[in-house]
Each structure stands twice: as structure tokens, then as C-alpha cells.
Design a binder for this molecule. Sequence first.
Ligand code: HEC
Ligand code: HEC
Ligand code: HEC
Ligand code: HEC
Length: 241
Amino acid sequence: MKKYVLMVSFFVLSLFLIVSMGNAKQAGYAGYKKCGGCHKSQKKSWKDTVHKKSFTDLKAGKKVEAKKKAKLDPQKDYTKDEKCVGCHVTGFNKRGGYKIGLKKSKAKYVKSVGCEMCHGAGGLYRKEHRNAGGRHKKGKTTPRAKLVKLGMNVSTEAIENACYSCHMNYEGSGWDGAKEPYTPFTPKVDAKYKFDFDKAVKTEKGMHKHFKLKGVFTGEPKFKYHDEFQKNAEEGESAEE
Ligand code: HEC
Ligand code: HEC
Ligand code: HEC
Ligand code: HEC
């Protein structure tokens, strides 16, 4: 009898592990409204970046000169073109993400290069942010490593790869993750499209401003500019709702 109970609990435990590991791999997208509800200052600042407006690039008559230079048709509507949309929205064709023909009310929060394209699909880790915020009120911190398991990009490598998946996604970019569809805007078209991560991650054109954290999350992995950004960060609205 004892043996039987042990076997059943082992089976249930394995099943639980398999299911939870499977989930971690495919966390869905939440959209910027969810993140922005708690991180109001970052949301406000992100809205001023080119990433917020990236979808309009695809419309006919927009960025005419740039399109001509890249041998694209400036009068064509590219907003429904599978070869373009993926890098100009959040979570293209993934759970919770943008799809061609998605209802306007839903599309609104994923029709831009949103929070989750840099920070990772938030379906799972956003709940941990809430829990960790609660624990912090009782004086406890939470290891950042926990967020990695829930699909958040926390390490330097993960954040770099997030940028590269759009900015370095073309043949001969030197990034070994490149796969079609490629970006039409490469340094061959114009030298200004060369992507320098260390410079790019510090421009206000592409990046939201940084605001002081309370230190709810601690430890490695930690982004290489985390401490620098925090040292120069502004006082913003607190992350807790
Ligand atoms: C329920 C509120 C809540 C939601 C929703 C939420 N967060 Fe957080 N988040 C927090 C709290 C609280 C912290 C800890 C802030 C601190 O240390 O001051 C945090 C921390 C962070 C950090 C800093 C982590 C570090 O290294 O210290 C990032 C980046 C972040 N959140 C991004 C996001 C993104 C992207 C989303 C949407 C997918 C999101 N958050 C959703 C509450 C939330
Ligand atoms: C692999 C990702 C990717 C794909 C696919 C992609 N783009 Fe982009 N697009 C980018 C990135 C990254 C930039 C920003 C380049 C920069 O300014 O350095 C960009 C910028 C643009 C711009 C603005 C260029 C400027 O100089 O202001 C337009 C217009 C544009 N894309 C249209 C398109 C069209 C049309 C397609 C499909 C034919 C497409 N994109 C496919 C990643 C992509
Ligand atoms: C989902 C695709 C995607 C991801 C991920 C992404 N970008 Fe972009 N980025 C774009 C597109 C598209 C544009 C062009 C927007 C426009 O001009 O309308 C752009 C524009 C920019 C620009 C302005 C370009 C210029 O010519 O000055 C900077 C800077 C930038 N991104 C930095 C970053 C950094 C740093 C990361 C990672 C932390 C990142 N991006 C992640 C798609 C992406
Ligand atoms: C183009 C990439 C990109 C986008 C888009 C983006 N972030 Fe960030 N974010 C970063 C980087 C890089 C950091 C620095 C990470 C660190 O210091 O650990 C950061 C830091 C943060 C932090 C930590 C505190 C701070 O201000 O530095 C929070 C919270 C955050 N982002 C929330 C958001 C939210 C909410 C959105 C969407 C409204 C968003 N981010 C969109 C790249 C991005």
C-alpha cells in the first residue's frame, strides 16, 4: 500500500513538472497594458519611443524615402504582409500576441514593439512580479534567477538576443540566430542601419527612461548596465498597483 501511494505521488509529481516546464517554454503575451498598469512611468516614457510607433512604418505612403532606398514600394500597404509584420508588433502569431485581422480592441496593446519584445513574453513572470512585490513589503527579496525560469529576459545575453532578433536579423549580420523573414533595412542599404547594441540600448529614441527600483529582485543574472541605469534613474511612480 505504502509503495503504491509513493508511486502515485511520484507519477503526479512528474506530471506536474512536465506540465509546468511545458508552460514556462510557451508563456503567452500579455500586452503593454498589463505591464504598464504597474510600471506607469516606463509605459509613459516608452510611448515616446520609435518602438511605440513602429507599426505605422508599414502603411502605404509612410517613410517613402527609406522604402525606396530599400527597394520596397512606398505606395504598397505592408500591414498585412507576413514578411514584415513580425518585427513591427508584439508576439506575432503567438498566444496573446498580434495576429493579422485581430480585433481592434485587442490589437491596440500588441500593435507595436512593446515591453515584452525586449523583456520576454510576460504571461507567467508578471504574476511573480506581483507576488515578489508583496513579499518585499514583508522585508523579503526574490532572486532574479526565478524570473529567468518564467521566461523573462534578465541576462545581458537574453536582452541582446531580443534586440538582435529584429535589428540583426539578416544574412551576413554576424548574429547566428538570423532566419527569414529578414529585415530589409541593413547596413548595405544605408550605414545608419548598423546596430551597435551598447549605443542603441542607451538612446532615448529606442529606449524608455529608467526609474528607480526598490530592489525587490536581487542577484544574478543581472543586465550589465543595470547598476549604471539605476544609479542615474529618475524617481518614478512605484511599481506596485
Ligand atoms: C502586479 C504588478 C506588476 C505587473 C503586472 C508587472 N510588474 Fe514588473 N515588477 C513589479 C514589481 C513590484 C517589481 C519590483 C520593482 C522594484 O524592485 O522596485 C517589478 C520589476 C520589474 C522589472 C525589474 C526587474 C529587475 O531586474 O529588478 C522589470 C524589467 C519589469 N518588472 C518588467 C515588467 C514587464 C515587461 C511586465 C509585463 C509583462 C511587468 N513587469 C508586469 C510589478 C509588476
Ligand atoms: C527581421 C525584422 C524585420 C522585418 C522582417 C522587417 N522589418 Fe522593418 N524594421 C526592422 C528594424 C529593426 C527597423 C529599424 C532599423 C533602424 O532604424 O536601424 C525597421 C525599420 C523599418 C522602417 C523605417 C526605416 C527608416 O529608416 O525609418 C520601415 C519603413 C520598415 N521597417 C518597413 C518594413 C517593411 C515594409 C517590411 C517587409 C517588407 C519590414 N519592415 C520587415 C525590422 C524588420
Ligand atoms: C520586435 C522587433 C524589435 C525589437 C525586439 C527591438 N527593436 Fe528596436 N526597432 C524596431 C523597429 C521596427 C524600429 C523602427 C521604428 C521606427 O523607426 O518607426 C526600431 C528602432 C530602434 C531604434 C531607433 C533606430 C535609429 O535609427 O536610431 C533604436 C535605437 C532601437 N530600435 C534599439 C533597440 C534596442 C536597444 C533593442 C533591444 C533592447 C531593440 N531595439 C529591440 C524593432 C525592434
Ligand atoms: C526596446 C526594448 C525595451 C522595451 C520595448 C521596453 N523595455 Fe523596459 N527595459 C529595457 C532594458 C534594456 C532595461 C534595463 C534592464 C536592467 O537594467 O536590468 C529595461 C528596464 C525596465 C525596468 C526596470 C527599471 C527601469 O526603469 O530601468 C522596468 C520596470 C521596465 N523596463 C518596464 C518596461 C515596460 C512596462 C515596458 C513597456 C511599456 C518596457 N519596459 C519596454 C528594454 C525595453
